[in-house]
Ligand binder design. Structure first.
Ligand SMILES: *[C@@H]1O[C@H](CO)[C@@H](O)[C@H](O)[C@H]1NC(C)=O
Ligand SMILES: *[C@@H]1O[C@H](CO)[C@@H](O)[C@H](O)[C@H]1NC(C)=O
Ligand SMILES: *[C@@H]1O[C@H](CO)[C@@H](O)[C@H](O)[C@H]1NC(C)=O
Ligand SMILES: *[C@@H]1O[C@H](CO)[C@@H](O)[C@H](O)[C@H]1NC(C)=O
Ligand SMILES: *[C@@H]1O[C@H](CO)[C@@H](O)[C@H](O)[C@H]1NC(C)=O
Length: 443
């Protein structure tokens, strides 16, 4: 066991990975700048790094930005290169779904036109790019037969808290404090996110459609209509066949002591997602996390819905479509050193850990309350700018092998999807060697 662990650590630090991410600090997504990242812990940082608009391994164009004299073994640098309007290739634009074309499968992801390369003199050491990974899970060898609880899946927290139209959104409270994602749910899924966390509110409108009464909320504000997101999720799973976990995690407005509102929400879910959601075997009261991707794929129902079934009137609470919620853990009220301690407790999976052999969700976020102690109220973006790179780095080590679901705010300032793919590749390798039970990590 220790040998595999040592090998894993050696492989992941053997070279000096260099990657691009999207800064969270721009006012709008289009205005956001690219960030250059290297490490963690490069033994030998490259002499220089360049950012390009075309693949530098097949073209001779000069870099758009060149950086020399890298000293630190770990680092990140905000560039002045603005993201601009992103276009997803291969039929992965949201609008493309109305066409009959089947979107392209990308086993290794597909580069958007931003590349980064590292060099020693003229020798090309590494090339990476900003990429979409819409099929990573279905294409990754050796994981389809593993129970979901043994996979590492990337997620977003407050997944429905994004802005569609910046000029329409006037409220500073919403823009600075309540929005939690750069990208809409469709784009999150195209980048490779596989777990969505939905907080739902109910507001009775004089509308003929009951669906219009349900909103995605954050804290006490209504942000986006729920039904639009449910339709994006449905289209994505139908067209990609990828596993997506939809977690109805909180109901802060309009649900308290109203089982009929829960019931109405369940009917909406059944209407929009009923034919793509996995049907669990209620006769054996199974936990959905014991199942593997292959089961969902064969049934052509690759969506898992987590819902607090006890809130529903009997007998709806035994719907095949609904899985019981999994344990959730959150760092929202912790500072960085407490977060590190908490991760040590959870990700070690020791006998006294609150996480055992089960599906579980780690919300790696810091809430506004956490920053009340400091002299300045930090915006959601400022908080994500501090915590995300650290979480991303910690998950590159052995903890990644014990992770199940990790959900972030503003995931785009990390390379979490690549981190997850690397960890799952190792999990599949260990499983194939039948060495994988639970890695006991030495502290
Ligand atoms: C390198 O590390 C030093 C000391 O921690 C820091 O002051 C400097 O900003 C870092 N440089 C880069 C490019 O990250
Ligand atoms: C965004 O909102 C503004 C103001 O309401 C409107 O003029 C504009 O057309 C909207 N843009 C889009 C793309 O919907
Ligand atoms: C549910 O589980 C029971 C017991 O293992 C099994 O007999 C039955 O066929 C299963 N039902 C479905 C629909 O898979
Ligand atoms: C469903 O409701 C019945 C009756 O209220 C209750 O006995 C049962 O435990 C509930 N089941 C679930 C899964 O919540
Ligand atoms: C984090 O919080 C703990 C408990 O409140 C405190 O003891 C510690 O000094 C804090 N650490 C930092 C880095 O602020």
């Amino acid at each position: 066991m220790a040998l595999w662990l040592a090998l894993y650590i050696k492989l992941s630090t053997a070279n000096c990975p260099v990657f691009l991410s999207i800064s969270v600090m721009g006012k709008t997504l289009i205005d956001s700048c690219l960030e250059l990242n290297w490490g963690p812990d490069c033994y030998e940082p490259p002499e220089w790094v360049g950012i390009y608009r075309t693949d530098p391994s097949v073209s001779n164009l000069l870099p758009e930005l060149r950086m020399d004299g890298i000293q630190n073994r770990t680092g990140r640098l905000q560039t002045h290169i603005k993201l601009g309007k992103l276009h997803f290739p291969g039929g992965w634009e949201k609008q493309d779904v109305h066409e009959q074309l089947v979107p392209t499968k990308y086993a290794k992801g597909k580069c958007l036109p931003y590349y980064v390369a590292s060099y020693r003199g003229n020798e090309l050491l590494t090339v990476d790019c900003l990429k979409i990974q819409p099929n990573w899970l279905g294409q990754l060898k050796g994981i389809a037969e593993l129970p979901i609880k043994h996979l590492f899946l990337p997620g977003t927290h407050a997944s429905g808290a994004f802005i569609i139209n910046y000029s329409k959104t006037k409220s500073l409270l919403v823009k600075d404090y309540l929005v939690a994602q750069h990208f809409d749910v469709w784009s999150q899924l195209v980048f490779g996110i596989r777990y969505l966390d939905l907080s739902v509110g109910f507001k009775h409108l004089d509308s003929s459609s009951e669906a219009d009464n349900f909103w995605l909320v954050n804290e006490n504000m209504f942000i986006n209509p729920l039904v639009d997101v449910l339709r994006d999720v449905r289209r994505f799973v139908q067209r990609s066949g990828e596993l997506v976990i939809l977690d109805f995690s909180s109901f802060p407005i309009g649900f308290y002591k109203h089982p009929e509102v829960y019931s109405s929400l369940f009917h909406l879910i059944r209407q929009e997602l009923g034919d793509v959601a996995y049907e669990r075997n209620v006769s054996i009261n199974e936990h959905c996390y014991e199942r593997c991707y292959m089961d969902f794929k064969l049934a052509e129902r690759p969506l898992l819905i987590l819902f607090p079934t006890q809130e529903l009137p009997h007998p709806e609470n035994e719907s095949l479509l609904l899985c019981n919620p999994w344990k959730r853990f959150s760092t929202s009220y912790m500072n960085i050193s407490q977060t590190l301690d908490y991760m040590r407790l959870l990700f070690s999976k020791k006998k006294d850990s609150p996480v055992q052999d089960e599906g579980w969700i780690f919300h790696a976020i810091s809430s506004i309350e956490q920053t009340l102690n400091s002299h300045k109220l930090q915006t959601a973006k400022e908080r994500a700018a501090l915590i995300n790179p650290k979480i991303n780095q910690w998950l590159k080590g052995p903890w990644g092998l014990n992770a199940n679901i990790v959900a972030l705010d503003y995931f785009s300032n990390t390379n979490i999807i690549d981190v997850v793919i690397t960890a799952n590749t190792h999990k599949a390798f260990l499983a194939s060697k039948q060495k994988y039970i639970n890695l006991e990590i030495l502290e």
